[in-house]
Design a binder for this molecule. Sequence first.
Ligand code: MGD
Ligand code: MGD
Ligand code: MO
Length: 766
Amino acid sequence: MTRSADAGIRQYEHPAGGWDALGAVAKAIHGQMSAVSGTRIMLRNNQPDGFDCPGCAWPDPKHTSAFEFCENGAKAVTWEATRKRATPEVFQRHTVSELLGWRDHDIEDLGRLTHPMAYDAATDRYVQIGWDEACARIAKVLNALPSPDMAEFYTSGRASNEAAFLYQLFARAYGTNNFPDCSNMCHEATSVGLPQSIGIGKGTVSLEDFGHADLIISMGHNPGTNHPRMMTTLHAAARRGAPIVVFNPLRERALERFAAPQDPLEMATFSATDIASDYLQVKVGGDAAALKGVMKAVLALDDDDLAAGGAGLLDRDFIAAHTQGFDALADDLRATEWADVERASGLSRASLEHVARLYCKAKATIVAFGMGITQHRLGTDNVQQISNLLMLRGNYGRPGAGICPVRGHSNVQGNRTVGIDEKAPLALRQGIERVYGFTPPARPGHDAAEAVEAIEAGRSRFLMCLGGNLAVAMPDPQRTFAALRGLEMVVHIATKPNRSHLLTARQSLLLPCLGRTELDLQAGGAQSITVEDSMSMVHASTGRLPPPSDQVRSEPAIVAGIAKAVLGDRYGIDWDALVADYGRIRDGIEGVLAGFADYNLRIRQPGGFRLPIGPAQRIWHTPSGKAQFMVMPGIQEDPRAAGAAVLTLATLRSHDQYNTTIYGFDDRYRGIFGRRDVVFLNPDDLAAQGLAPGDRVDLEAVPFEGEAASPGAVLRNLTAVAYDIPRGSAGAYYPEANVLIALSHRDPRSGTPSYKSVPVRVQRAR
Ligand SMILES: Nc1nc2c(c(=O)[nH]1)N[C@H]1C(S)=C(S)[C@@H](COP(=O)(O)OP(=O)(O)OC[C@H]3O[C@@H](n4cnc5c(=O)[nH]c(N)nc54)[C@H](O)[C@@H]3O)O[C@H]1N2
Ligand SMILES: Nc1nc2c(c(=O)[nH]1)N[C@H]1C(S)=C(S)[C@@H](COP(=O)(O)OP(=O)(O)OC[C@H]3O[C@@H](n4cnc5c(=O)[nH]c(N)nc54)[C@H](O)[C@@H]3O)O[C@H]1N2
Ligand SMILES: [Mo]
């Protein structure tokens, strides 16, 4: 495997999207299924009577339009609908130890799981077992645990509302709130920060609002790769002349220039549209400082306007009627020094003042944001500063205005809504008691990082995973992998094999489930499931493809089967009846939770229905009943960032991956082809270390305030790529770079791992 160090690294000259994206779809289909079935299934994607795309949580325009082309949606669908099968025979051919040596891509590319299996330590292989046997083994372990709080129930956000609701009902009936889930690694900073600011942990805008916004600020996300359908929205906004201000350390191609595959003219003429009107390359981790700078400038502009006899630029009526804490915020902003803002954000005062002027000119502003905002030690502060900025000019509860956290997994928001929440809100507990007649536990359970710590310490002995790849998604694989291997039992409900499944415990079960695209036939006939998108729209999804084998069961059916085995007829819940007709599960959700009235009726409307979002009506479910300005005193900086030798590393998704699922080895828009072993560095940082582009380097973790990654955490032999990124900032791919992240390196307010601000040193490879 010798090749020149800079092979596969070259500038990508085209706009994002366009014909290259169409070509990539053809390739994705070719790799996994026949062209005819691939094309046919793609046409049912996000259609009113079709299935919801498992690719992301961006909403569909009214669910009535023609098929919306999306390259990465196509990859997600074909990866699930593949013809490849990971049968028991396949597992006979490969020991678990052998599979552990494979790349993540190759493990999943074995294909769809077809039969329930259990790990056999004697032969080091997964072997087929029956469903009843699997459920009986789980019941035996769970019913022997000294406390229900010694079991962990993980969820990855692909599960439907129906599956997730049953899952939490089962675990709460069993007796715990231990619900580690992928949102703990994702938008938890939003879920903790926004309720304090505006009384709900969700976005306030609808898709229609983007058509009315006259300023869109995009912070810390990469929609060209992770939410390609959002590019249609941004493309339309750019075309009608709405300024789009981007805060991102990396110049992401799609945010600069995009050719919309749905636009016949652009496709025919090979033309494209500029997306960002202003691209601010904030330092990694510098957003709170940048936002404070913009707000400070807004206050100054307001002062000037008042001095010139104007009415001021703040929305004083909104601030007086709807908010609390403005004076404290203003005092803090006036006391904040520009020099500190500039240093911490890496942005000039002039550029932030320019954004402030655009903001004061705009009648309606939306701020959209992703992982570049949330996955930081200051993640919750970042989110709250965004809300402060919006509140200064009353940008809530008006057309074209509001906050837009762009969610990850296609139903991660729905999972939280229907009860995947380790904090066990009172209303949910009361609802369960009302409908199901038992009192769920009130004590808070574990989030994802706490679950791993509890497992490591032996305080938890059992782990069930409804999807996902927990061990690989979490920081510090050295610790996390070792912890999981120490469990009494681990149970994975999954579509495809992955590395977490190979970290076997005393007993390990692998249970195959249906995906979104597949026909879900139960006693009461073919079933639909429901999901909630990033904008709180709940709608139905119906799969039609034949299941990968007759042994594969739906997630609700698997959960109900386990619940029956573990709980017997405790609390008189008729699990079989719930699975026979998912409408009964939805009736349960409707009974337990507010906002779901006529659930079964309303999902029949095209496009579904929207859950109530208080701030969209200027209703604030905060303790004071008002929206709160949240002060982040001063400018907080990582003390290490001052030292030139320490860089702040953001771990990123490539264009060819879905979280830990690696579809392929290209990151087209960043100019990386056929490899992932690279680190993106500013040319001056390279030179400062006596390095040149193409050199092999090692990244070494730098402990923070005594929080160390596992000793000697080093990522070796990466190729240095000179990239347009601020000095002091660096980028490398997730999950490879997770070895550098200490489990304790997280936002103290939300527990979100600081995946996007990892202190590292770069040196020539040993
Ligand atoms: N195809 C595809 N789609 C996906 C996923 C996938 O892996 N593949 N994952 C899904 C999931 S679970 C999620 S959560 C979302 C993730 O979608 P994103 O939120 O887009 O997540 P990342 O790819 O991690 O990219 C974060 C962006 O933040 C920027 N960034 C890094 N650090 C900072 C910073 O300090 N400040 C600012 N302002 N920006 C920063 C990076 O340059 C990058 O452009 O996508 C979902 N959709
Ligand atoms: N360094 C670093 N680490 C990160 C991040 C980062 O940006 N940087 N991002 C974090 C984020 S935002 C997230 S959300 C997590 C993701 O963490 P997870 O959600 O745990 O991981 P995924 O990679 O999405 O899970 C992929 C697996 O899900 C299973 N699967 C797929 N579809 C289905 C289905 O329909 N049903 C079931 N039961 N299983 C299915 C397959 O077995 C597949 O292998 O990772 C986090 N980790
Ligand atoms: Mo996520």
